[in-house]
Design a protein around this ligand. Structure first.
Ligand SMILES: Nc1ncnc2c1ncn2[C@@H]1O[C@H](COP(=O)(O)OP(=O)(O)O)[C@@H](O)[C@H]1O
Ligand SMILES: [Mg+2]
Length: 598
């Protein structure tokens, strides 16, 4: 049963001309493969028509056996015709399926590629505005729907329509009177099936929701198992999960009751109608209005037509779902990417000097436009200079770094690098000049070498080793039995914070940026690893414009200028000596506080 209209689903519930036009948009995805698709549809038409000969022939055989056939033909000949039809049908179906598979696989692969390429180039804001988990599952589900539409639904939908139209036409011509009786029973069946179908679908959806709920509990607790255990909440969670499972059983049983009733309905009404028709047909045979063979053909056709109608409902909702999916996929494809993945991969990057200037920068995050995070930030960094940003957490220090990475547009003011607004610079070329070492380094699943290479994918082995060495990382890497090939990430070895930091530094060394951003790079480290990491950072900073966000003031004594940030404004600036000289200065009180704590 098709599940449509889940939360956030825009699938149309009814069909209109507008939807029809939208439906046609589905085909834009397989445009490059249209000839194959058309050929497939032609084959589909033939195989469906050939299929429709069988009921006729079975009736005809009975009439031949009873000597009532209008044709002068033997049973043996009919057998041969059947055999020939079977063979032809086999060939046609085989190629039809292959054609549809080829169209859907290739077309959908294109869609996936295009979507990923678009997604990965979208600005950070896009990911903050949409929940990423939801986005990913929505996209995979939508793409799967499109895939189903092209691989199965479309073909089956067409087939059912062909069967329906040709079957009814055939019956209307050969046995018009019996056809009318059949048509009279239709409304009862169709309305009944619709009512039941709706109820069952709703219950099935409810059941899915309950199941999802219990899965959320399962996921959450497994991922935070240490928290659960530390708070000894095993029993509480068991009860919570158990309750959710009970709910699922409740809904499932109601769902089962719905299906059971539906089964009763099918047996009594549907078969009742069928037997009624057969009964009427038998009366007609006894009075000689139709031949026994015609009755048999009629019954078989009716069964096939009934099946086609039942199938149509399903495929119809699935097609509506595919239309909704198309819309959402196109929505993403129509978003504006900030970088072009394909361009200038080989082109050497223009090296920036690393002159940075913030001019009266005001900023609030696009997701929280009412909260002013930066209120007129002004500072300049000369090429090769090091400056530090210090201040309480939440002051806006990381925000300054994010803005420099061009993740967001400023609300007011300007950010200039080498005298040009960063928003006028090509994003990719610009970012190639910047490296960041954050507080928490996330490594990708893969080897240590791959993670270091992330800074410069085409680096040579010597470069990688030199970078690791300079980052004070080579020693610990070589202490692993597999060295550079050691797997890290979810399925690999767990590195300590200091080790991850040094890999990040090696990455940055390989990237060889003009501008270096250190956002509390050593804040979460213990004193010992802080020393090795700081030493590596010092080497990394040599000759580069560096902005250092530091928690511990002791680490930034030697920078050219320290800016104290508070509530989105610079409240004090100067060297360590200058700031220390201000008797009641903020820097001084921060320093004193840390000194006391130490
Ligand atoms: N991605 C974000 N979206 C919305 N608000 C944010 C985001 N990141 C930070 N903020 C808010 O901006 C303010 C400054 O944060 P941040 O620059 O990270 O401070 P700092 O690095 O100085 O501790 C905080 O109030 C924080 O809640
Ligand atoms: Mg921060």
């Amino acid at each position: 049963m098709a599940t449509t209209n889940s939360d956030g689903d825009k699938s149309p519930k009814k069909f209109s001309l507008k939807h029809f036009k939208k439906a046609l948009e589905i085909f834009t995805f397989v445009r490059p493969y249209r000839f194959k698709l058309i050929l497939g549809l032609v084959l589909l038409f033939f195989s469906s028509m050939v299929f429709m000969i069988f009921p006729y022939l079975s009736g005809e055989m009975v009439d031949i056996a009873l000597g009532k056939s209008r044709f002068n033909i033997s049973l043996k000949q009919v057998g041969l015709i059947l055999l020939a039809i079977l063979v032809v049908q086999g060939f046609i179906s085989y190629y039809r399926v292959l054609l549809f598979a080829s169209v859907s696989e290739r077309g959908i692969a294109d869609v996936r590629r295009a979507l990923y390429e678009r997604l990965i180039t979208l600005p950070v804001v896009f990911f903050e505005k949409s929940r990423v988990g939801e986005l990913v599952s929505r996209l995979t589900a939508d793409v799967e729907r499109l895939y189903n539409a092209f691989s199965i639904t479309l073909a089956e939908f067409m087939r059912q329509i062909i069967i329906l139209v040709s079957g009814i036409l055939f019956l209307a011509v050969t046995t018009p009177k019996l056809s009318l009786i059949m048509l009279a029973t239709f409304p009862v069946i169709v309305i009944g099936a619709m009512v039941f179908g709706r109820k069952i679908r709703r219950l099935s959806k409810e059941r899915q929701k309950e199941l999802a709920n219990s899965n959320i509990i399962l996921n959450e607790t497994m991922q935070n198992i240490q928290v659960v255990k530390a708070f000894t909440n095993e029993l509480l969670e068991s009860l919570r999960y158990g309750k959710s499972i009970d709910n699922t059983v409740d809904v499932s049983l109601r769902y089962a009751r719905g299906r059971a009733l539906f089964a009763v309905f099918i047996v009594s009404i549907l078969f009742g109608a069928l037997f009624f028709i057969v009964w009427q047909g038998a009366i007609m045979v006894s009075t000689g209005v139709i031949t026994p063979g015609q009755l048999i053909s009629f019954v078989v056709y009716t069964a096939i037509i009934g099946g086609a109608i039942a199938g149509l409902g399903n495929f119809y909702t699935e097609l509506l779902g595919a239309i909704g999916a198309t819309e959402r996929v196109r929505e993403i494809l129509n978003e504006n990417g900030e970088v072009d993945v394909k361009h200038k991969v080989e082109e050497p990057v223009k090296k920036l000097m690393g002159h940075i200037q913030f001019k009266d920068v005001h900023f609030s995050y696009p997701t929280r436009p009412d909260v002013q995070v930066l209120n007129g930030i002004d500072f300049t960094v000369e090429p090769g200079q090091k400056i530090a940003l210090v201040g309480p957490s939440g002051a806006g220090k990381s925000t300054i770094v994010q803005l420099l990475l061009k993740f967001y547009p400023v609300s007011e003011g300007e950010i200039l690098v080498d005298g040009k607004s960063i928003y006028d610079l090509d994003t990719t070329a610009y970012r190639k000049n910047i490296a960041i070492v954050p507080q928490e380094v996330l490594l990708f699943g893969g080897t240590i070498r791959e993670n270091i290479l992330y800074g410069k994918p085409d680096a040579s082995e010597e470069e990688v080793l030199a970078a690791a060495e300079k980052a004070n990382a080579l020693e610990f890497i070589e202490s692993f039995p597999e060295g550079m090939e050691t797997m890290v990430g979810e399925r690999g070895i767990k590195l300590s914070g200091g080790q991850r930091q040094r890999i990040a530094i090696a990455r940055a060394i390989l990237k060889n940026p003009s501008i270096l951003l250190l956002d509390e790079a050593t804040s979460s480290l213990d004193a010992e690893s802080e020393k090795v990491v700081q030493d590596a950072l010092d080497k990394l900073m040599e000759g580069r414009t560096s902005i250092i966000i530091a928690h511990r003031l002791a680490t930034v004594r030697n920078v050219d200028c320290i800016h104290v940030i508070e509530k989105g404004s610079i409240v004090e600036s100067g060297t360590h000596e200058e700031l220390s000289a201000i008797e009641n200065g903020i820097y001084n009180s921060l320093a004193r506080l840390q000194f006391e704590l130490a």
